[in-house]
Design a protein. Structure first.
Length: 333
């Protein structure tokens, strides 16, 4: 991500970059991890490691982009088909907010978790001030509903005077209309709702291990203003980009390979009408036959084919083609 080649800067003298000739002396945006020195994982060993006889799979962290042995992640990885992306221990400590999401979204590793106290740290166990406010708010709503029910009962009871009926109706309508400002405030608060704060208010587990994530977990990250600012400060804005996922890169690589494997001749044929297709195939077969016969003479004589020989062949081929096209053409009626 955001990485440029170092050719043309102060690291390589007398070597100009052909893509960006105006490149500066230092690429300040580049980050060089241990991979650039041929070292990987927390063990800082090369890959393949001639001294490592244990067969193990290397898994790449999507945040730091370093590669790790499966046995050095602090937890046994799930089956390869059960998760799509991994975040290593160091990046989980750096992106501490991910622990709140891990309890809801992450794929559990193949390790047995006994208790929260034994396996990690329990966070946010006590009720927060927001939760207490919610409880008070709910109790207030219930109290208000009880009042309205009493007023409804009074309204439904027969009254002895028309004046009291009018007062009952007016009181009930006033209480009903007071609901509208409350609903408007609720809608405004939902627009600035933060998923992360809601998850952090609950009990979740934090451990010194890597985490494993399914394919669609990034779409569930909060994108409120505060969270986007936090992503920017931690330099992990790419976590909310669905085009940055491993699956997206794999699909792009597969598409590029299919493009490279396509036959340009077949692509050209598909863009032509039937008559042009037949003419092109005939010309191609003529070129193939004449070139094969021409090169066979060099093979029989044991001589080397030079550039001048190929140029002479195509000049003769073009000359014969012009003589054929200049002849009279006959059309069927």
């Amino acid at each position: 991500r955001n990485f440029r080649c170092d050719c043309g800067n102060s690291k390589f003298k007398n070597l100009q970059c052909k893509l960006l000739p105006e490149k500066g002396k230092v690429n300040s945006g580049n980050k060089y991890n241990d991979n650039f020195y041929g070292l990987y994982c927390t063990c800082k060993r090369p890959y393949p490691d001639p001294e490592d006889e244990i067969p193990d799979e290397m898994i790449q962290c999507i945040v730091c982009e370093d590669w790790f042995h499966g046995r050095h992640l602090g937890a046994v990885p799930p089956e390869s088909g059960d998760f799509h992306e991994m975040v290593c221990q160091a990046c989980m400590n750096h992106c501490h907010f991910l622990w709140a999401y891990a309890s809801q979204l992450a794929v559990p590793p193949l390790t047995k978790v006994n208790t929260l106290e034994d396996e990690g740290i329990v966070l946010k166990v006590e009720e927060s001030e927001e939760q207490k406010k919610e409880i008070k708010k709910e109790s207030g709503v219930e109290h208000q509903e009880t009042k309205e029910e009493k007023q409804m009962e009074q309204f439904n009871e027969p009254s002895t005077s028309s004046g009291s009926d009018f007062l009952n109706i007016y009181g009930y309508c006033s209480k009903f209309l007071q609901k509208f400002p409350v609903e408007t405030a609720k809608t405004t608060s939902e627009s600035s709702f933060c998923k992360l704060k809601e998850l952090q208010s609950k009990q979740f587990l934090k451990k010194d291990t890597a985490t494993f994530w399914p394919s669609n977990w990034r779409s569930k990250l909060c994108t409120c203003e505060d969270c986007l600012k936090m992503y920017s400060e931690l330099e992990v804005q790419f976590l909310t980009d669905e085009c940055d996922t491993v699956l997206a890169y794999e699909n792009k690589g597969t598409s590029d390979q299919e493009t490279e494997r396509r036959d340009p001749l077949m692509d050209t044929l598909n863009s032509m009408n039937r008559v042009q297709q037949v003419e092109l195939i005939c010309e191609y077969n003529d070129l193939k036959t004449e070139l094969t016969d021409y090169l066979r003479r060099f093979a029989d004589e044991g001589t080397v084919v030079k550039r001048e020989d190929i140029q002479h062949f195509f000049e003769e081929f073009q000359s014969r083609k012009r003589r054929r096209t200049n002849r009279m053409q006959y059309y069927c009626s």
